[in-house]
Design a protein around this ligand. Structure first.
Ligand SMILES: NC(=O)c1ccc[n+]([C@@H]2O[C@H](COP(=O)([O-])OP(=O)(O)OC[C@H]3O[C@@H](n4cnc5c(N)ncnc54)[C@H](OP(=O)(O)O)[C@@H]3O)[C@@H](O)[C@H]2O)c1
Length: 235
């Protein structure tokens, strides 16, 4: 793997971009405002990074990382990610997206809903269950920290797993998109599992420095996870 595209230059997109250039990958990153808005970020990321339009980021590399609000998925150009191995970091936050009846009714996991919006994408779920500031703190940790990866397309999942490992994390296969509720918000394998202190994370999550979570423990947490009551979600 030599190149990745990233759509979304927010907290998660930039955290992944920083790890990618540190791993000697070439990165093309896009946002909604256009390449000129990314001058400072490209200056920070260095010569392996370039700012591009969304269409170029989609097809730049072996994988497109999609890290935008769930409500923006339907605003992407039609067919943008057709056939593209797509690492989606999205989560459903009703305060931001508005209420989505299929998700509130538990008819679909968020990742399945995303695939309905992007039917041609080879969609794989990863990096959605860890807060952005924990990503650099836990990449290449000792012991290694594991992230769950879920998808229906075995080849796409294998590629995304390779990327996650290259960026400095172990991978736990968390099954299909339908099973990815196991690491959605409010489930038993969401962001607090990477906290150094559960109570500290709850009171001031940004102050928490994170703690390594080995693959064996993540497997246990995924197995014991409970399906969240999405309709009750207030954030
Ligand atoms: N923040 C976290 O700790 C965290 C943790 C796990 C998962 N997530 C999930 O990961 C996703 C990204 O989160 P984030 O915190 O990185 O978001 P963010 O900081 O709000 O950044 C969102 C990015 O998406 C871009 N964007 C929005 N609409 C777009 C469009 N139509 N085309 C291209 N780019 C578009 C924005 O572009 P502009 O910069 O031009 O506005 C921005 O760069 C969300 O679904 C979030 O729920 C976040």
């Amino acid at each position: 793997m030599k190149r990745i595209g990233i759509i979304g230059s927010g907290a998660i997109g930039t955290a992944i971009a920083r790890l990618a250039v540190a791993a000697d990958l070439d990165v093309a990153i896009a946002n909604s405002r256009g390449p000129e808005s990314l001058t400072d970020l490209i200056g920070e990321l260095g010569s392996r990074a370039q700012a591009v339009e969304v269409g170029e980021a989609a097809t730049f590399g072996d994988i497109a990382v999609l890290s935008i609000p769930l409500g923006a998925y339907s605003k992407l150009p039609n067919g943008l990610l057709d056939g593209v191995t797509t690492l989606s970091t999205g989560n459903y936050y009703p305060y931001r997206e508005g209420r989505i009846p299929q998700l509130d009714a538990l008819q679909l996991a968020t990742a399945e809903y995303e695939l309905e919006l992007l039917p041609g994408a080879r969609l794989v779920k990863a990096f959605n269950n860890i807060v952005a500031h924990h990503i650099p703190l836990l990449a290449h940790s000792h012991p290694r920290t594991a992230l769950p990866v879920a998808g229906d397309d075995a080849e796409a999942k294998r590629r995304v797993a390779s990327l996650v490992e290259l960026l400095g994390f172990d991978v736990v296969d968390a099954g299909t998109l339908a099973e990815s509720w196991r690491f959605e918000p409010d489930s038993g394998a969401y962001t607090a599992i990477y906290a150094a202190s559960g109570s500290g994370f709850e009171s001031d999550f940004l102050a928490d420095r994170g703690a390594p979570l080995p693959a064996s423990r993540l497997r246990e947490l995924l197995a014991a996870s409970h399906r969240p009551d999405v309709a009750a979600r207030r954030f």
